[in-house]
Structure formats: structure tokens, C-alpha cells
Design a protein around this ligand. Structure first.
Ligand SMILES: N[C@@H](CCC(=O)N[C@@H](CS)C(=O)NCC(=O)O)C(=O)O
Length: 222
């Protein structure tokens, strides 16, 4: 399937790891698109129209067909543009990649966020413990330079929040002693030229984090 660039629009907010997942996938495939920055404190009509269910970014709109949920969008991109595949071709390896991407969303994202931003020290320590348990599985899973082997793949892209928090924001989630392979992966992934091109700057990230911490503050107190 081919698409002209004016038919592809991505709604997002700079700094969001979920947005950057999609941007990395589009960059790896060399697909051009129109980027539209949204405002989560004053959501656009476009966002409400295209993602009325979750009202969340990112949303990819292809020929007026909206696709939501970053991991679903990654799979869509890989299905729609077959070159430079993100998922492996072997069915079992594909299932494994999907499993680990789901694991990252279910077990890593929230504890990482809490261990970086939670104010309550007890809750923060609890989140860190949960995060370390989860990262232990990822450390074990990392067999090559990237989760995708020699090249970046689905799981690497799903795990982009790690270098975003650890390297760009400078909020270390873990040390090289604790998870040596993951630590090295984090540097390699962040320094990958295609990835680096779409990652936010420190300033963009700090604006995003401040807004998110404020809007999620009541939830983070629990
Ligand atoms: N599971 C979603 C999560 C996306 C998400 O959390 N987006 C946040 C920004 S980072 C959002 O749009 N939040 C809307 C809100 O807080 O009202 C995905 O993978 O796309």
C-alpha cells in the first residue's frame, strides 16, 4: 500500500514517549507525514473527532482513517508499508515481540513514571522495586545489540520511554551495574541516528513532563 504524504497526519504532543514510538517507526520506514501538535489541556476538535474513545494522542490518520494506541499504530505502519519491517517475519518471533511490547506497557511504563516523579518516598520506593523486577526480565531478553537483533525493532521502539527518561531527562532509572545490557542498549538506542532525529530536546521534554506531572498530580499522591 502506498500513500501520498498529504494523506498521512500524526496528532501528538512533543515529549510523549507514545508519540515518539510512532515517529521512530515512520522515520525508520522513511515515510513522510504531517505532524500536528495537540494541547492536552485544551484538546483539539481533531483529536476528539479521531479518538473519541480514549481522547489520547498519538493518533495516526491515514486517508481519513484514524488509528489510535501507539502499539496498534506501529503494527498498522508495519502492515501498510512493508519495507524496512519492524516486526520479525517468523510467526513465533512476531508473537514474542508483541508479548514484550505488551509487557513494557503493562509492567514498565507506570512504575518508571512513578519512580521518576512520585513525591511520596514510600510509593516511589515501591515503584522502583516493581520497575527493577520488570527490567530484570527485559535485561534477560536483550540478546543482541538491540531487542530486534542488529537492527532496531518493535520492542526497541516500545521501550523508547527508557532513554527518554534516563538519558534526555537525566532522571536515571537504573545504573550500569544493575542492568549492564539495558544500560548499554539505552545509549545505543538513543544515539541511533534515525532515533535521535525524532527524539525530543531536553527543553521540549521538560515542558511535557511539567504539564503531565501537574495534570496527573492528584493520581500520583495515592
Ligand atoms: N496507551 C496509549 C497511551 C497514550 C497516552 O497516554 N497518551 C497521553 C499523552 S502521553 C494522552 O494523550 N493523555 C490524554 C489525557 O491525559 O487526557 C498509547 O499507547 O497510545
Amino acid at each position: 500500500m502506498a500513500a501520498s504524504k498529504e494523506e498521512l497526519t500524526l496528532l501528538g504532543v512533543m515529549g510523549s514517549p507514545f508519540l515518539h514510538r510512532v515517529q521512530i517507526a515512520l522515520k525508520l520506514k522513511g515515510i513522510e507525514y504531517k505532524y500536528v501538535e495537540d494541547d492536552l489541556n485544551n484538546k483539539s476538535d481533531l483529536l476528539l473527532k479521531y479518538n473519541p474513545v480514549y481522547k489520547m494522542i498519538p493518533v495516526l490518520v491515514h486517508n481519513d482513517n484514524p488509528i489510535s494506541e501507539s502499539v496498534v499504530i506501529l503494527e498498522y505502519i508495519d502492515d501498510a508499508w512493508k519495507h524496512n519491517p519492524i516486526l520479525p517475519s517468523d510467526p513465533y518471533q512476531r508473537a514474542q515481540a508483541r508479548f514484550w511490547a505488551k509487557f513494557i506497557d503493562d509492567k514498565c511504563v507506570a512504575p518508571a513514571w512513578k519512580s521518576a516523579f512520585m513525591v511520596d518516598e514510600t510509593e516511589k520506593a515501591k515503584a522502583k522495586e516493581e520497575l527493577f523486577e520488570a527490567l530484570g526480565f527485559l535485561e534477560n531478553e536483550l540478546k543482541g545489540r538491540f531487542f530486534g537483533g542488529d537492527e532496531i525493532g518493535f520492542v526497541d521502539i516500545a521501550a523508547v520511554f527508557i532513554p527518554i527518561v534516563q538519558v534526555i531527562a537525566g532522571l536515571p532509572l537504573f545504573s550500569s551495574e544493575k542492568f549492564p545490557k539495558l544500560f548499554q542498549w539505552c545509549q545505543d538506542f538513543h544515539n541511533h541516528p534515525l532515533v535521535n532525529e525524532v527524539l525530543p530536546t531536553k527543553d521540549q521534554l521538560s515542558t511535557y513532563f511539567k504539564a503531565r506531572v501537574q495534570s496527573l498530580a492528584p493520581k500520583n499522591k495515592n
